[in-house]
Design a protein around this ligand. Structure first.
Ligand code: ATP
Ligand code: MG
Length: 409
């Protein structure tokens, strides 16, 4: 049997990027031989194994044939007579379809190296269209390598466009899509992921609620960039610049969905968009079965981001309601993430990226003030149950009144 490094490890070495995980392909072997060498099978009917020591993935060279919708509709053929070239042609992009032996000899039948130099994300063969997940993968690689100047080859974009129109994207499972979305959002330029999806028509299928924001104007005084879609991309860009976690990035992407529902006669104003957007945020959350912390933060940011921006003007009672809604006493981290999302929203405006955001510290201070109320003295006074809850709230309100009074105007 011959063993080659494939995929990302080869690509990233040639790009001079750090290689994190290595994928291997094995030519000329059978499942039985792999098992005899101590490799552990990954799945029952999938010719992929884990190395007994390193835990890295070793896949038998295979060909694929599609016989139905979605990913389930694939027939794999793995046998010792499948060649390296046959295995490489089923891969998505030319830059991902190179292999390397232990002497660093490159096998590159589909000119991945040429495309690396040309900074092009190009599909290997028309079989690209057999797995719609590749549309998301290409958009993700576009986000990852945007800083190196990579773009999607026009003919690949055209294929992605056809795939998006064909209805195949709807066959993707939420789990597979979410994995790509989450990884793409964590790239340094996640806004490129959304832009590429939009350009090929996939955004309209996957997240029509986000797609609908393009072409929707906002008041120029607050939003010099005017367009709500452009604003959303900038917010995402800022979130990456500030190294925000996935929860915050997801919330940034969805925070203004309500603006897509505003009747045109009301443009550029968006009355109650925070509230109107909630059902859309919920729908997107559920469509991709986003993790609970992402879902939660997106809904809270959607509902309360304007409160965040107006923090310094809020009445103490409103401030208290905000803190209570976040359960800031038991969930301080979530409130921090809310503050971060609000700040990214404020920075994601043309020409205002550097403006300071005093609301952030003000909100933190308010949370500290409310949290500093001690429960013990109230217990000692004999408060119990509901009354205790009310008494704590009363003390927190007092603390917030004092906090607001002491804050510099
Ligand atoms: P990363 O750095 O994100 O791990 P990668 O290219 O190694 O990038 P993997 O998902 O680890 O991506 O997949 C390894 C290789 O398998 C890819 O380089 C590609 O050749 C192939 N591959 C993975 N998923 C697909 C797919 N859905 N369609 C076609 N080829 C794929
Ligand atoms: Mg990999």
């Amino acid at each position: 049997m011959q063993i080659y490094k494939v995929g990302g490890a080869v690509r990233d070495r040639l790009l001079g990027k750090p290689v994190t995980d290595i994928d291997w392909v094995v030519v000329g072997a059978t499942t039985e031989e792999m098992l005899a060498k101590g490799f552990r099978p990954v799945g029952a009917d999938f010719p992929v194994f884990l190395h007994p020591k390193s835990g890295e993935e070793y896949a038998l060279a295979r060909t694929e044939r599609k016989n139905g919708r979605g990913y389930g509709g694939f027939i794999f053929h793995a046998s010792p007579d499948v060649t390296l070239e046959e295995d490489l042609i089923r891969r998505d992009l030319t830059i991902n379809a190179m292999a390397e032996d232990d002497q660093q000899n490159l096998t590159d039948p589909y000119h991945g190296q040429r495309d690396l130099e040309a900074r092009l994300l190009r599909h290997v063969s028309p079989a690209f269209a057999e797995d719609p997940l590749r549309v998301l993968r290409v958009a993700r690689f576009a986000a990852r390598y945007a800083e190196l100047g990579f773009t999607v080859a026009p003919e690949t974009l055209e294929l992605m466009r056809q795939l998006s129109e064909s209805g195949e994207l709807e066959a993707l499972t939420p789990e597979r899509s979410w994995k790509e979305i989450a990884r793409a959002l964590m790239e340094d330029q996640p806004q490129v992921f959304i832009e590429v999806l939009r350009e090929c028509g996939a955004l309209k299928v996957l997240m029509p609620e986000v797609d609908a924001l393009f072409g929707v104007p906002q008041p120029e005084a607050h939003h010099p960039e005017i367009d709500t879609g452009v604003h959303t991309l900038s917010v995402l860009e800022q979130a990456a610049l500030y190294k925000q976690p996935l929860t915050v990035r997801w919330a940034c992407l969805l925070h203004d969905l309500g603006k897509g529902l505003t009747p045109e006669e009301e443009w550029p104003r968006h009355i109650a968009h925070e509230h109107k957007g909630l059902k859309l945020i919920k729908a997107v959350n559920e469509r991709f079965k986003a993790p609970k912390d992402c879902q939660e933060l997106a809904l809270l940011v959607g509902k309360y981001h304007t409160h965040g921006h107006r923090a310094l003007e809020l009445k103490p009672s409103t401030l208290l309601e905000l803190l209570q809604s976040f359960d800031v006493y038991r969930r301080p981290q979530r409130f921090e993430e809310f503050i971060a999302a609000c700040e990214m929203d404020a920075r994601g405006r043309k020409g205002l990226e550097q403006r300071s955001y005093p609301q952030a510290d003000y909100l933190r201070g308010a949370a500290t003030a409310a949290r500093s109320v001690a429960v013990q003295p109230l217990l000692e006074k004999g408060f119990k149950g509901l009354e205790l809850g009310e008494a704590i709230k009363g003390e927190r309100l007092k603390a917030l009144k004092a906090y607001k009074a002491a804050a510099p105007a």
